[in-house]
Design a protein around this ligand. Structure first.
Ligand SMILES: NC(=O)c1ccc[n+]([C@@H]2O[C@H](COP(=O)([O-])OP(=O)(O)OC[C@H]3O[C@@H](n4cnc5c(N)ncnc54)[C@H](OP(=O)(O)O)[C@@H]3O)[C@@H](O)[C@H]2O)c1
Length: 344
């Protein structure tokens, strides 16, 4: 049984982690650490959790206990650098949902996050925890899991099987992806107000999105070497990531060859569902599923993926990563039933 510390557990992803930790059979207790909400009671902050989760008092992040076994870090980027090295030095396991340890090189971190990395030595020893793709043996002996970003999770699960198997045939890849507004966290922002976003869609961080180098880093380490573009958009919904990836080929490809590669990659994966029709966001909201649809036509392959950014793109995948790390069934505490896993 594990004791868990949730650093930044009062944010959007942190609240999901509270709910997962509460229902996880191998977590005996958890504490929530935060900043402006320290000293508040959990039920006061999240009235919907009353009578379902114990009404613990939120602790100040300045008073972190080193008594926990596993720490989930859901802090704004930059802040994990203050806590993760201390926790690792004390023999703890850290699953960081932010971007501070995802990129392999400090130069990339400086370029994309505009910060100096102060624990570069951890970048090599971390595992980039793309849970539905990484073989379990890669987790062996690691203390630090960098949980992938929400867009990278949706895009990489859609593209990696193809990239690994047909890289020489790829001319170029272009991904157009959409996110709900919870992707930006809970801090109020005028451009995310309902009066701005209702009935609206807009692209943002064009050619400058931090998730692009994260996606490319993983693609490059899986044989991919073609031009790639990624454009993120905001959708007027609270949650969800919807990504359409267009792959242009040098030569025509057989649809059965493509489908068999995806089936091989995901047949034994309980949280990836290959669909016969384009998925809808509402099929995956509040679940740890990634739904994928593949359409092949001669020299063109379109792969569409949908996830919940706060679950598969954050807290759900983080719990899945913990399960894999400890050798438990990866669905433990994630409410999946066997009949849900259908290749339809
Ligand atoms: N939202 C998503 O879809 C998503 C998906 C994948 C990964 N992520 C990443 O996960 C992390 C958390 O995202 P989120 O959306 O949950 O953020 P959020 O809703 O803004 O929550 C941030 C949390 O960090 C705490 N915090 C803020 N400033 C702090 C400070 N100076 N010192 C200590 N604690 C501080 C907040 O505490 P108070 O309540 O006390 O202010 C809160 O608990 C981010 O790095 C984000 O990039 C987010």
């Amino acid at each position: 049984m594990l004791s868990v510390g949730l650093l930044g557990g009062t944010g959007y992803t942190g609240k999901k982690l509270i709910q997962f930790c509460h229902q996880h059979p191998y977590i005996s207790s958890f504490e929530v650490y935060a900043n402006s909400t320290a000293e508040e009671s959990l039920w006061n902050l999240f009235p919907d959790l009353a009578d379902t989760v114990e009404n613990i008092k939120i602790k100040s992040i300045n008073d972190i206990s080193l008594e926990h076994d596993v720490y989930f870090v859901t802090l704004p980027h930059g802040h994990s650098l203050k806590y993760t090295p201390l926790l690792i030095d004390n023999g703890k396991t850290v699953i960081d949902l932010g971007g501070d340890y995802r990129l392999d090189f400090e130069e990339l971190y400086r370029q994309w996050y505009n910060l100096e990395h102060t624990s570069v030595y951890l970048l090599n020893s971390k595992v980039y925890g793309l849970a539905d793709f990484l073989p379990a043996e890669k987790y062996k002996d690691t203390q630090l899991i960098a949980n992938p970003g929400c867009y990278p999770t949706a895009v990489l699960l859609a593209l990696l099987p193809f990239a690994e198997n047909f890289s020489e045939n790829i001319l170029s890849v272009s991904t157009v992806a959409y996110s709900g507004t919870s992707g930006a966290g809970k801090a109020p922002r005028q451009d995310l107000m309902i009066s701005e976003m209702s009935g609206n869609v807009k692209a943002y961080s064009v050619n400058k999105h931090r998730h692009e180098p994260e996606i490319l880093q993983m693609l490059y380490s899986h044989k991919f070497c073609a031009p790639f573009s990624f454009t993120a958009h905001l959708l007027p919904v609270a949650a969800g990531i919807y990504a359409t990836t267009s792959i242009h080929l040098r030569e025509s490809i057989d649809v059965e060859d493509v489908l068999s590669v995806y089936k091989k990659a995901y047949d034994a994966k309980p949280f990836v569902r290959l669909r016969k029709a384009p998925p809808e966001l509402k099929w995956v909201i509040d679940t740890n599923f990634c739904d994928i649809f593949i359409a092949v036509e001669e020299k063109k392959v379109i792969v569409i993926s949908a996830i919940d950014n706060l679950v598969k793109g954050a807290a759900g995948q983080a719990i899945q990563n913990m399960n894999i790390l400890y050798g438990w069934d990866e669905t433990t505490g994630l409410k999946v039933k066997e009949y849900c896993h259908a290749i339809s």
